[in-house]
Design a protein around this ligand. Structure first.
Ligand code: SAH
Length: 231
């Protein structure tokens, strides 16, 4: 027992999320690797035990409290950083087939090494999302998850092309969620997707966005365009 596992367990109970007895210790182990690696890699600024248990682990798993992730679904975490929210979701739901994607090789190297150490199976990919969407990965995922990568109009262009039609993006947003939603109406219509749910998580919100139509060939554009002229 530790402050980390106590905090995580009480939060999961509050959320009503069932979990295997081994889950808290597995999360604690991954968290210890993050703290250790953070001494020389700039992975995260959230390292306090209680803070990390809530913001990195329980907030990620909060998705499972209201969105039914189908068994065996193909999930991609876009801009996973040190593995969030993708790793906690994989620990909670070992049945999902997860791809942890980040543009930074030092972050993906850390994740690959750590997961292989822990005997956890995942695809770890050093790639930019907008480039991956021009490969066989285009329209290949059932679910995309992402936190703290880009404002919603940009995030939609980075993530929606990777989803199958009928797939869902879960986006963890901070206090600016409402403004971001308001500014994303052009992106929703250009990319054929719609906001279908919004739940408070911490001080921010977890958004669910449904992809309703195949992505037009023009998207995603090059990153410089996505950034300079967001949809
Ligand atoms: N999701 C993590 C990390 C957020 S930091 C968390 O919430 O803790 C943002 C991360 O997104 C960085 O690691 C950065 O390398 C990655 N990133 C930014 N743009 C990206 C892109 N276009 N494709 C893939 N990864 C990207």
């Amino acid at each position: 027992m530790s402050l980390f596992t106590d905090t995580l367990e009480s939060r999961l109970k509050e959320l009503g999320i069932p979990y295997e007895p081994s889950l808290p210790e597995k999360c604690a182990e991954y968290y210890a690797h993050v703290v250790e690696a953070n001494r020389h890699l700039n992975l995260t600024r959230i390292t306090g035990e209680a803070e990390a248990a809530v913001q990195h682990f329980a907030d990620a798993m909060a998705l499972a409290a209201w969105f039914r992730l189908p068994v065996g679904s193909r999930v991609v975490d876009i801009g996973t950083g040190a593995g969030f929210p993708g790793v906690p979701l994989k620990l909670l739901r070992p049945d999902i087939n997860i791809t942890l994607m980040d543009a930074s090789g030092k972050k993906t190297d850390f994740i690959r090494r750590t997961l292989s150490n822990m005997g956890i199976e995942a695809e770890v990919l050093c790639a930019r999302a907008e480039e991956a969407a021009r490969t066989a990965l285009r329209e290949s995922f059932d679910v995309a998850v992402s936190r703290a990568v880009a404002a919603l109009p940009m995030l939609l262009e980075l993530s929606i092309p990777l989803l199958k039609t009928g797939g869902t993006l879960a986006a963890w947003k901070g206090e600016t969620a409402d403004d971001e939603i308001a500014s994303a109406s052009g992106a929703f219509s250009a990319l054929g997707c719609a906001l279908t749910g919004r739940r408070p998580v911490g001080r921010g919100a977890l958004l669910l966005i449904l992809k309703q139509q195949p992505t037009p060939e023009a998207y995603p554009r090059r990153f410089s365009k996505i950034k300079s002229h967001p949809l």
